[in-house]
Design a protein around this ligand. Sequence first.
Ligand code: HEM
Ligand code: FPP
Length: 318
Amino acid sequence: MSGAVAEGRPARPRFETARVGTKAHDWVQLLKPRVISLVVFTGAAGLFMAPGHMNPVIAAVSILCICLASGAAGAINMWYDRDIDIVMQRTATRPIPGGRIPADGTLAYGLGLSVFSVALMWLATNALAAGILAFSIFFYAVIYTMWLKRSTPQNIVIGGAAGAFPPMIGWAAATGSMSVMPIVMFAIVFLWTPPHFWSLSLYACKDYGRAGIPMLPVVKGARHTRWQILIYTVLLLAVSLVPSFLRLSGPLYTVTALALGLGFIACAVRVLREKQDAGGVSLNGDKAARVSFRFSLAYLFLLFCGLLADHALMGWLS
Ligand code: HEM
Ligand SMILES: CC(C)=CCC/C(C)=C/CC/C(C)=C/COP(=O)(O)OP(=O)(O)O
């Protein structure tokens, strides 16, 4: 089965698909390693925030499982999306559209790693962690990639849940149970995903239009997307302060969340005020949106660093 290409889509443009790196490098690229790095960090943060002491070897295996599962889901995503990746400039040189890795091999690789990571998580920790891990793979590979991505401009709002599960998986691996803290961490990543992705989509909009993907700027326009980015950064600031209101974290985290949240809102305001035409399209090469996308990555990393540092400090002081 392959992802259906919408009828009437323009013939694929010619992009540079020259060989990039080695075969081993290509197999690693199928896992979306740079995205994994942040996914794994949020999973590890969930694990380290959990109460009690976890055997360090089991902790390392749990983090490895999140890494492999996230990569597996990324490989299945690349297998299914091979028909649209080839028409988008940003993705045209990926291993499958570049003709360097066969599609069937990618599917087998993704499915194999999925089964392996879930089974290993179950053996090493518990059924709850393995269950949420399996559901995350399913959510990203099937619900987001095969269904929502091609059918609704709310694709990444709902689909963003897939990338928000890792803190819950980390916590479940450490405790075998669920609690308010990992659910708040889930909510933070969930609300972070729209401004993260829509910032990028503002300057990758032509690519998505060409591929027939109903991303928000393609369907509702750039101006609507700019407002949505601002709305979500405000919601994100509010939710990021929940651990402080519930007294689950201390002043170090509160200051970090406030500073980063206000910084992200400032980025969103700059995106909104960017020099633009009547349709909201930037006249400035989407400079503000590029800054906002880069800030989103720093935001999530530093916010969770703040949470961990605060947790360590409170433990040390008590
Ligand atoms: C449905 C949810 C999400 C969507 C649609 C999305 C989309 C994207 C896209 C299209 C890129 C550019 C990748 C490229 O050019 O190859 C990107 C980059 C990135 N995303 Fe996301 N993302 C989502 C969720 C997440 C989550 C949950 C995380 C981690 C917690 C994350 C971390 C990253 C990182 C670290 C990069 C930079 C990769 C690089 O430097 O090449 N994303 N995202
Ligand atoms: C534990 C586990 C399974 C976690 C899953 C985490 C995860 C990989 C979340 C989604 C991140 C992402 C890069 C989405 C983009 O997909 P896209 O298809 O819209 O982007 P593309 O056009 O670059 O392929």
